[in-house]
Design a protein around this ligand. Structure first.
Ligand code: GLN
Length: 457
């Protein structure tokens, strides 16, 4: 008889070993997650990480198993389960963007990332909750109810990929996909105690992603650890003829010897968070004989002022397709407050008399920040800072728009500079997970993941 394996504690990489040895089937793996989702997603703890469960998941898992049995080569991620943010198209499932506007919109085709994952034997367990149209940092703007933080049920999970992070933390999937325009993967990863990786701009195809701000958006991965993240990234990355912005990243990986870690001057965050990050950096430097170096990056304090005008204008422009005729309902009539704020604000600052002052100015500062980060990476291999400058608030706490936007001060920088960035758990403060954020030069994603693994140990 086959021994019963407790898959709860296993990473995706460990499971792949078991699948290879015939000790774990896709069906068993997916079935386990479905049971857990059934018990905790809406009932039980009511985490509400998934808006929709894929009712064909078990069938698809059985298909994967039968393909394995028939010796059909099935690639690198056989039998793993993924939860997908509800703004990435999975054929036949709802890509609602957690909005009433697209409430019943069924995706007519698969996003490139989904095609790639399915080809490697991955099964989609469900569509993950999020801030409406990915606008937010708390998960509270979803039209279909808040997502709870599985590690601290009375607190926000972060956002906007709130359901993706919570699904990984709650054990509803092996890994999840999210999108990150200004931190939406790294922010909830930090608050939920999981790994969140935003690749270089263009490293992963965005074909089939419902955009928030085209020049900043990136699809990325949320997972239990860096090794799993790397495994998935190697499957989904690469040039795609359906997305003209895609690039091939560097295959060359600098050996993680003699690493110089850059600590930017003037990073503002809660004192306890800064102390925790500092301790982590000192620990890693001691262990691997790496060096720490303070660096000055001009305009690093202008992230929010640069990010939001670009976000508003590009979002406003992108939402003109939701006119109530082609897909969904007319956006202004059915969206929530934050989305409306961006549409109206974006429309205003896109107008000629304001464009110079806000949008074009923001683009100019973006170009400067790209250069500043390039210069910084001539001196250091890595830049390190907290992922989020403060702890997640409790549900019901009143937060001003400004405070909400300020959650993003340290994550927007990587989107503006187009570089890869990853958040990994650094420890806990008052029992709440806190993430440390690592960044490397554009296209050096593989190096970043290599070094992140060292931080993890
Ligand atoms: N919190 C940021 C915003 O609301 C980031 C969103 C994102 O990365 N999708 O714009």
């Amino acid at each position: 008889m086959k021994e019963k394996i407790n898959t709860d504690k296993l990473s995706a990489c460990e499971k792949l070993e078991l699948v290879k040895k015939g000790k774990l089937s896709a069906e068993e793996n997916v079935n386990y997650f479905l049971k857990k989702i059934n018990a905790n997603n809406k009932k039980g703890k009511n985490i509400n990480a998934l808006l929709q469960v894929n009712d064909k998941a078990l069938l698809e898992a059985k298909e994967v198993d039968s393909n394995i049995r028939r010796g059909k080569v099935l690639g690198n991620l056989k039998g793993l389960a993924v939860a997908v943010k509800a703004n990435i198209l999975v054929k036949g499932l709802n890509a609602s963007c957690a909005s009433k506007v697209l409430e019943n919109y069924k995706a007519p085709y698969n996003a490139t990332v989904i095609e790639k994952l399915i080809k490697e034997g991955v099964v989609v367990t469900g569509m993950a909750n999020m801030d409406e149209f990915a606008c937010g940092s708390s998960g509270e703007t979803s039209a279909f109810g808040i997502t709870k933080n599985p590690t601290a049920l009375d607190r926000i999970p972060g956002g906007s990929s709130s359901g993706s992070a919570a699904a990984v933390a709650a054990g509803f999937c092996d890994f999840a996909l999210g999108s990150d325009t200004g931190g939406s993967i790294r922010n909830p990863a930090s608050h939920c105690g999981v790994v969140g990786f935003k690749p270089s701009y263009g490293a992963v195809s965005r074909y089939g992603l419902i955009d928030l701000a085209m020049s900043l958006d990136q699809i990325g991965i949320l997972a239990k650890n860096v090794a799993d993240t790397k495994k998935v990234f190697n499957v989904i990355r690469g040039k795609d003829e359906k997305d003209a912005t895609t690039i091939e990243i560097s295959e060359e990986i600098k050996k993680p010897d003699n690493i110089i870690i850059g600590i930017p001057k003037g990073i503002k965050a809660d004192k306890k968070i800064l102390e925790l990050i500092d301790k982590k950096v000192k620990g890693v430097c001691g262990k691997y004989k790496w060096k720490e170096k303070e660096i000055a990056i001009n305009y690093i304090d202008l992230g929010i002022q640069t990010y939001y005008p670009i976000n508003y204008v590009e979002f406003f422009s992108g939402t003109r397709k939701f006119d109530g005729r082609r897909f969904g309902k007319k956006i202004e009539e059915y969206c929530g407050k934050e989305v409306l704020r961006r549409i109206l604000g974006g429309e205003m600052i896109a107008q000629e008399e304001f464009a110079e002052r806000y949008y074009k100015k923001a683009l100019d500062v973006k170009a400067l920040l790209v250069k500043e980060f390039e210069k910084a990476f001539e001196k250091v291999d890595l830049i390190v800072m907290p992922t989020v400058p403060k702890l997640p608030h409790k549900f019901g706490e009143k937060i001003s728009v400004e405070d909400m936007y300020n959650y993003d001060t340290l994550t927007v920088l990587a989107n503006i500079a187009e570089i890869p960035a990853i958040s990994i758990p650094a420890g806990k403060i008052d029992n709440i997970p806190v993430g440390i954020q690592l960044m490397s030069g554009k296209g050096k994603d593989l190096f970043l993941l290599e070094v992140a693994e060292k931080f993890e140990k």
